[in-house]
Write a protein that binds this ligand. Structure first.
Ligand SMILES: [Mn+2]
Length: 276
């Protein structure tokens, strides 16, 4: 089975106007229903390395060669094999970034955010670490909903009732993340599921977007250009740069065009590819 006709994906990344380098890294495979976004951090070029190692680790682990069905079935806390894969892929990416960080002195302490989305059987499972986000624009209601919850000092203060979300918007230290991939041998990964209906649109983005462009503006832009996702992606990046472009900005927009093909497991899909 191939999801190329089911999912339309447009991805775009920009260095922005202030940074010398682009430390964001994005990747996707429409046929497999996978999209990945990472926002790296670290001195020299370590941020670029962390984000690219993370994304490439996820994409190279796709065929399930590292994780057979029996191994994934041992992860009994997850509802589905796909959710277990998302978790395993993220923890594996963490190990990859951590190993590289130990390989050279100037990579020490590098890390990255991660959002990995896996679409299957009319749903999507997201593995997430840090302050990059996953949003869903519901086609029927036309509303944008943030699916992931940031791992930031600010979000913790909101959760504890210290700040209201409105006060948080005005805060100057939005970007202190409490979790990053690759900094330690162990990582805590959030796994979230949500449904996917025809004409729903999903957005993965780095904080370069959601720091500078309001959710109302993101919702309006994606709704307006819902039949031209390439234009939506260009417009979102342009709005971030018009607002100062102080960070790298990345977006991946995914539209579901029709119900997913017959309900077979994701692993059956992969075994099918290997056979042909
Ligand atoms: Mn950023």
């Amino acid at each position: 089975m191939d999801l190329s006709d089911t999912l339309e994906i447009h991805a775009l990344t920009s260095r922005g106007l202030r940074r010398e380098r682009n430390e964001d890294y994005i990747g996707h495979l429409a046929y497999a229903g996978v999209a990945v976004l990472a926002d790296g951090m670290g001195g020299y070029n370590a941020g670029d390395v962390a984000s690219s190692v993370a994304v490439n680790s996820i994409l190279s682990n796709l065929p399930g060669s590292l994780y057979n069905r029996a191994q994934l079935a041992e992860l009994t806390e997850f509802d589905s094999t796909e959710a277990a894969w998302c978790y395993r892929a993220a923890t594996r990416a963490n190990q990859s970034v951590y190993q590289v960080s130990q390989s050279q002195p100037h990579y020490t302490g590098m890390g990255t955010t991660l959002v990995t989305a896996l679409f299957y059987n009319n749903q999507v499972t997201v593995a997430h670490v840090g302050d990059s986000r996953f949003y869903r624009l519901d086609d029927e209601e036309g509303t944008l909903t943030q699916i992931t919850r940031d791992h930031t000092v600010l979000q913790e203060l909101i959760d504890r009732g210290v700040y209201t979300p409105e006060e948080a918007l005005a805060s100057s230290n939005k970007n202190l993340v409490t979790r990053a991939l690759g900094v330690d041998k162990k990582i805590s990964v959030d796994i979230t599921d949500t449904s996917v209906n025809p004409n729903d649109i999903f957005l993965l983005c780095s904080d370069g977007l959601h720091d500078l462009v309001s959710e109302e503006a993101i919702e309006l832009t994606v709704s307006t250009f819902k039949d031209h996702l390439d234009a939506a992606a260009t417009s979102l990046i342009q709005q971030a740069n018009d607002a100062g472009g102080h960070d790298n900005t990345s977006v991946i927009l995914i539209k579901c065009h029709k119900p997913f093909p017959e309900k077979t497991s994701w692993f059956q899909q992969f075994s099918h590819w290997f056979k042909r």
